[in-house]
Design a protein around this ligand. Structure first.
Ligand code: PSU
Ligand code: MN
Length: 303
């Protein structure tokens, strides 16, 4: 891939690891700026980076900083993302504007995939991906995450997608785009706060090594595009968030919340309605994904 190198700033530790073929794990920043309240957001970001290191990989949180996609954020940038008001939420559509303005941007799964893809990072850990929203026939709201997953050779580890989305339609789009979805130790698509959704998956993997072999087969053949590893929330933190989700959706409809504001609004309302139970689950599942994602990166680098 050829691109203007002045638009991508890779921190030295990450550049060295990549050039030596050592495992690197990309992490997104929208979850920090728009997915969780302060200070849970920055604590989560710091502990996820430590977990990745414990497992023998190098963490690379990706954001848009001072006119470049920055691969690797120090604690100063993480703190800014976690606290500054008006941080942009950056998907592919927003990228040129935020880069040219030189403003601070938090990358969604889609924006982060662009940074990971450009720098050759093969594994990316997040909480939940965006997808096809409920009521899509009216709103046409389908997250840019799905298109972006098809564009880059990156495995994304997530706890599935929460039922603010239409899960069966999300899986249909993933199939159309050729994105392999692996249930990690499960036959069902996990529903983010809940370990199961009742929606069956076609493929599963039961170990990081199995995922790594599938990645090698896919990309070894030149089948470009991503793989989605769907890793359920740890049992002790999982709960049925359906009533809170329904309530938040009704409220969003009544207040006319739409577009890029919808997902952050729903996450915040669900946390309010569940008295923080959803936040605890969210933190737990991201940490769990970080551990598995780092193990996958280590196994893939060893092949
Ligand atoms: N789902 C979550 N937490 C999040 C997001 C999704 O449980 O923080 C964020 C991710 O950054 C994802 C983005 O890429 O929301 C999707 O936004 P949209 O639905 O506007 O495409
Ligand atoms: Mn959307």
């Amino acid at each position: 891939m050829s691109f203007d190198a002045s638009l991508v700033r890779v921190l030295p530790e990450i550049r060295e690891a990549l050039s030596e073929g050592r495992p690197v794990v990309a992490l997104e920043s929208t979850i920090v700026a728009h997915g969780m309240p302060y200070p849970a957001n920055v604590e989560m970001a710091e502990s996820v980076e430590s977990i990745v290191r414990e497992e023998g990989a190098v963490p690379a949180t990706i954001a848009v900083v001072d006119g470049a996609i920055q691969v690797g954020c120090d604690s100063n940038v993480l703190e800014r993302l976690a606290t500054e008001p008006g941080v942009a939420k950056v998907s592919r559509r927003d990228m040129p504007v935020v880069l040219a303005q030189g403003s601070l941007g938090a990358t969604t799964v889609s924006g982060t995939l662009i940074g990971a893809g450009l720098t050759g990072i093969s594994v990316f850990v997040t909480g939940g991906i965006g997808g096809v929203h409920r009521g899509v026939a009216e709103t046409w709201d389908v997250s840019a995450d799905l298109d972006e997953l098809a564009r880059h050779d990156v495995a994304v580890v997530s706890a599935g997608a929460k039922s603010i989305l239409d899960l069966p339609k999300t899986l249909e789009v993933l199939e159309t785009k050729g994105i392999t979805v692996l249930g990690f130790g499960t036959d069902e698509f996990p529903a983010f706060f809940a370990p199961s959704s009742g929606v069956k998956l076609v493929h599963r993997a039961d170990s990081p090594g199995q995922v790594a072999s599938m990645l090698k087969a896919k990309w070894g053949l030149g089948l470009e595009g991503g793989v989605l590893v769907a890793n359920p929330v740890p049992e002790e933190f999982g709960f049925d968030a359906t009533p809170a989700i329904e309530k938040a959706l009704v409220e969003a409809g009544r207040r006319g919340i739409e577009g890029k504001a919808l997902t952050p609004f729903l996450l915040k309302r669900i946390a309010d309605v569940t008295g923080g139970q959803s936040l605890a689950a969210n933190v737990a599942l991201v940490k769990n994904n970080a551990r598995i994602g780092a193990q996958i990166a280590v196994a893939y680098a060893a092949l």
